[in-house]
Design a protein around this ligand. Structure first.
Ligand code: SME
Length: 177
């Protein structure tokens, strides 16, 4: 029996349940993630409750995400660790340090394909190869913190990840206080 049709069927089924058929890694479906996130967080305005839920749902949606969490603005020019999933994260990051500090300072997304090329990168885990850090701003324009996603794979993130996650953050944290 020829195995090729069987492989094709398997690939189709793996794709349908969110797996990349070549790498066998789970890949996020942003439409599904968004629907789940909005149903879980509807009506919630507490920043910590929203961050905890967001970190959990995002982290488990994709095998590229090895550390997913928030750093919160807790004092002028200072970030402290917030809810996260993965190994332990550094507790304090001043705005002038690391990728997270750069995202908070500039309020611009940092898409770092190779952390070795980012001067001042803070290596909480030596396995981290690439990062995506997005500022989190509520509807009133207050910077609440940053979403930090780290991957053990080089160049794990692209602009599609950044755009989808930014849109979801804006919606979920619109009324956060
Ligand atoms: N990636 C961050 C540090 C935080 S951890 O890796 C959890 C940075 O360089 O800002």
């Amino acid at each position: 029996m020829c195995i090729l049709p069987v492989l094709e069927i398997l690939k189709t089924h793996l794709g349908a349940i969110g797996y990349d058929s070549m790498s066998m890694m789970k890949r996020v479906n942003y439409k599904d993630l968004s629907a789940i996130m909005l149903s879980l967080t509807q009506g919630e305005t507490d920043e910590i409750a929203l961050m905890a839920t967001f970190a959990c749902e995002v982290h488990h949606s994709d095998d590229r995400f090895d550390w997913t969490g928030f750093y919160r603005v807790t004092a002028p020019e200072l970030l402290k660790i917030g809810p996260y999933q993965g190994g332990h994260g550094c507790l304090v990051i001043p705005f002038d340090r690391g990728v997270c500090g750069a995202a908070a300072r500039t309020q611009e997304t940092q898409l770092i394909k190779d952390v070795e090329t980012f001067e001042g990168h803070i290596a909480c885990a030596s396995s981290t190869r690439s990062e995506l850090v997005i500022p989190v701003v509520n509807g009133a324009g207050r910077l609440l913190g940053v979403l930090d996603i780290d991957s053990d794979q080089p160049a794990a993130f692209d602009q599609t990840d950044a755009d989808n996650l930014t849109e979801l953050l804006n919606t979920v944290f619109k009324d956060a206080a």
